[in-house]
Design a protein. Structure first.
Length: 389
């Protein structure tokens, strides 16, 4: 990675500040913008550097778009570039969700706000359901006999995670780790493999899982775990957040959680920034700040740690197998959490219709983006509630 004179660090940081401010469409769209702007138009980043960054973002845990941005900052300006780009990319949407959190806390009890989120909540279920389906196809394979035969173990992890998440309504981090380790042992056992290593990992996880602390420290620990086990799509964090925030700690109600996901979809930048909104509702500005920093910290550390020797890591078959196993279980947990949330949020004919219309719109209206669907759902919510009242 040699110094590139085509652009300054300031120019790169300003670009990501702009992208974080106006970049709608979720991780796939944001990744596309980076390629078009930085590789094709400005030619600041080479095609090879971009592909390496994208591969790293898919291989390591963390929100896809944020991780790719951090890597592109690292390419020519190392740790300083990665740090500044990461902050610039996340900061605009963080400020937006905190401001929305303030408004939500002040006016959330008003009937018109409740009407807005009545429609928005149903649309979010539709959007997440379709996203989880696409993520399943991308991460594991198509729902057909051939795929079930060739990738039977990944499908087993997937369906186990769906069932367990649905029944327990909690994220099972030990299940994800077990799926990764088991798939690695079956597909590409590493040289260091032995039973003691796994026992140590399991004992460490159990000890970490049961840690008791004040609310702010609990937020830091919980969101760090969430950030460390999210692969690819920002929506993959939903099952972690739902079980920890709603079920386990009871920081938010079911409706508040669904509203939080909706807020992430109507703001630009990474979808994972919903953690800032959740953190604000739980413990004010400090809660928002700690939640956001804790979620993005694993992503940042993994990127700067792996970037210098990524080419070697990318060829490591045990690492690839471990990630494949975890990903199958995480996607299954996402599907399970969609079922859990939908069971409580889709409760009448209008919400069913809004959810299905959102799915059909995304499938058949190719250029439509999630924020437009959220806006239309909000208007429908107000109309429906005003008619009912």
């Amino acid at each position: 990675m040699e110094q590139n004179k085509k652009y300054s660090l300031r120019s790169l940081v300003l670009y990501f500040l702009k992208l974080g401010t106006i970049g709608f469409g979720g991780p796939v769209a944001l990744v596309g913008y980076m390629h078009k702007d930085l590789v094709e138009d400005r030619k600041w980043i080479s095609e090879e550097e971009y592909r390496e960054g994208l591969a790293l973002a898919q291989l390591a845990p963390g929100p896809l778009a944020a991780q790719l941005g951090i890597y592109l900052g690292f390419v020519h300006y190392r740790i300083l570039g990665a740090t500044l780009v990461g902050f610039a990319f996340v900061l605009p949407s963080f400020i937006m969700v905190v401001l929305l959190g303030i408004v939500y806390k002040l006016y959330g009890g008003l009937s018109w706000i409740q009407a807005v989120f009545y429609g928005v909540g149903a649309a979010v279920i539709g959007i997440i359901a379709l996203s989880s389906y696409k993520l399943t196809l991308k991460s594991i394979g198509k729902f057909n006999i051939e795929s079930f035969k060739s990738k039977w173990l990944l499908w087993l992890f997937f369906f186990l995670a769906v069932i367990i998440t649905f029944l327990t309504e909690q994220e099972q981090v030990l299940l994800f780790i077990a799926a990764g380790i088991l798939y690695m042992i079956v597909k590409a056992p590493p040289k260091w493999w032995n039973g003691k290593t796994v026992n140590s990992i399991v004992l460490l996880q159990v000890a970490f899982w049961n840690y008791e602390s004040t609310t702010l420290t609990k937020i830091a620990i919980f969101f760090t775990k969430a950030g460390a086990f999210v692969f690819g799509s920002g929506l993959a964090i939903v099952p972690f957040l739902h079980s920890g925030v709603v079920v386990e700690n009871q920081w938010l109600t079911e409706q508040q959680f669904l509203d939080s996901v909706a807020v992430a979809m109507i703001t630009p930048g990474p979808v994972v920034i919903t953690v800032g909104f959740i953190g604000y509702l739980v413990n004010g500005f400090l809660g928002a700040l700690v939640a956001a920093l804790a979620t993005f910290l694993p992503c940042y550390i993994f990127t700067i740690a792996m970037a210098p020797s990524f080419k070697k890591i990318a060829q490591n078959k045990p690492v690839k197998a471990f990630v494949d196993g975890i990903t199958a279980a995480v996607v299954g947990a996402l599907v399970g959490s969609v079922i859990v949330i939908a069971r409580r949020s889709i409760f009448d004919i209008p919400t069913v219709l809004i959810a299905f219309l959102s799915i059909f719109a995304l499938i058949y209206i190719k250029k439509i983006q999630e924020p437009y669907i959220i806006l239309i759902a909000a208007i429908l919510g107000i109309i429906i509630k005003s008619v009912i009242i």
